[in-house]
Structures are given as structure tokens and as C-alpha cells.
Design a protein around this ligand. Structure first.
Ligand code: THU
Length: 160
């Protein structure tokens, strides 16, 4: 038996002003996207913004439904919008913000497993990494260079 470890690396910026201006702008876009969140059931509002290779941005927000399981996360809403609007454009970064109407959400919120898997597929389809920025209401931002860092030992097309 061998004990094995998986280590992931990410950067933690305490203050948004420490980030490059393009990334600060992307977080503001995610905040704007959050305004369009439709979350009457969870009361948990999520916003996401994508930075494309052509420097355009695409927003997405969570869209819930009375049939709970069919609700969509902000990340996947943004990716679907991106494919519809700019089918051939690479995504270089995604910024994600979240807030709750019922509890205090201080720290950066990480994407759910399904969204990680979708981001992984998007990276593999476009053959380049997507930088992940998780921005918290405490002002801090976690930056990952690829979704692979948030999804070690992932399942992908290599197995098929
Ligand atoms: N949610 C997202 O939009 N993104 C995530 O990665 C985590 C969860 C949404 C789904 C649901 O509308 C609400 O947050 C509570 O789970």
C-alpha cells in the first residue's frame, strides 16, 4: 500500500485592487450578472462572467425552477450563452460571485461538481485552460489556473 497525496495550488488575493484590472472588471461583470439571478427557492444568488479570447465578456446567473432539480447554475448558464453567442471563441477566465438572502456568505464560493465537470469539458474542447476566479464578499479572491485544479482525478473522454 502506498499513501498518495494530491496537492492543488491557487492564489489568494486579499483585496480586489491587487488583481489585474481586467480581472477586477470581470468580477464586476459577475456582480452585474448576479442581479439577474432568479433564486426564489434557495435565495442564493450566483453570478458568473466569462472573459473570451476576443476580450468580450458573457454573463450568467442561476435560474431556478419550481421543479427544483432543473434549475441551472450561473456557470452553466454563462457557458451556454457563450456557445450561443460566440461558438468559436475560447474562454480564458470565469469569475464567480455569490450571496445569500438568508445567511452571510463571507468567503469565495466554489463551483458545484456538475459545473466543474462542464468547465472541464469546455477546457478539453477548446484545448486551453480557463482561469477560475472565486470572489468572496470579504473582498478576497481565490485564483486557480485551470478547472483541473478543482477537479483532480476527473472523469473525461480518455476513459471512453
Ligand atoms: N449555484 C450556482 O449557481 N453555482 C454553483 O456552482 C453552486 C450553486 C446555485 C444553484 C442554486 O440555484 C443555488 O445556487 C443554491 O444551490
Amino acid at each position: 500500500m502506498q499513501e498518495k497525496n494530491i496537492t492543488i495550488q491557487y492564489q489568494n488575493f486579499d483585496n480586489i485592487s491587487d488583481l489585474p484590472s481586467q480581472m477586477q472588471m470581470l468580477i464586476q461583470e459577475a456582480r452585474a450578472a448576479q442581479q439577474n439571478s432568479y433564486a426564489p427557492y434557495s435565495k442564493f444568488n450566483v453570478g458568473a462572467a466569462l472573459l473570451l479570447d476576443n476580450n468580450k465578456t458573457v454573463q450568467g446567473s442561476n435560474q431556478e425552477n419550481a421543479s427544483y432539480p432543473i434549475g441551472l447554475c450561473a456557470e452553466r448558464t454563462a457557458i451556454s450563452a457563450c456557445v450561443a453567442l460566440y461558438p468559436n471563441e475560447k474562454i480564458n477566465a470565469i469569475a464567480i460571485v455569490a450571496n445569500s438572502q438568508t445567511t452571510e456568505v463571507k468567503f469565495p464560493v466554489a463551483p458545484c461538481g456538475i459545473c466543474r465537470q462542464v468547465l472541464l469539458e469546455t477546457e478539453s474542447k477548446q484545448k486551453s485552460d480557463i482561469q477560475i476566479l472565486l470572489h468572496g464578499n470579504d473582498g478576497s479572491t481565490f485564483v486557480f489556473k485551470s478547472i483541473k485544479d478543482l477537479l483532480p482525478l476527473h472523469f473525461d473522454a480518455e476513459y471512453l
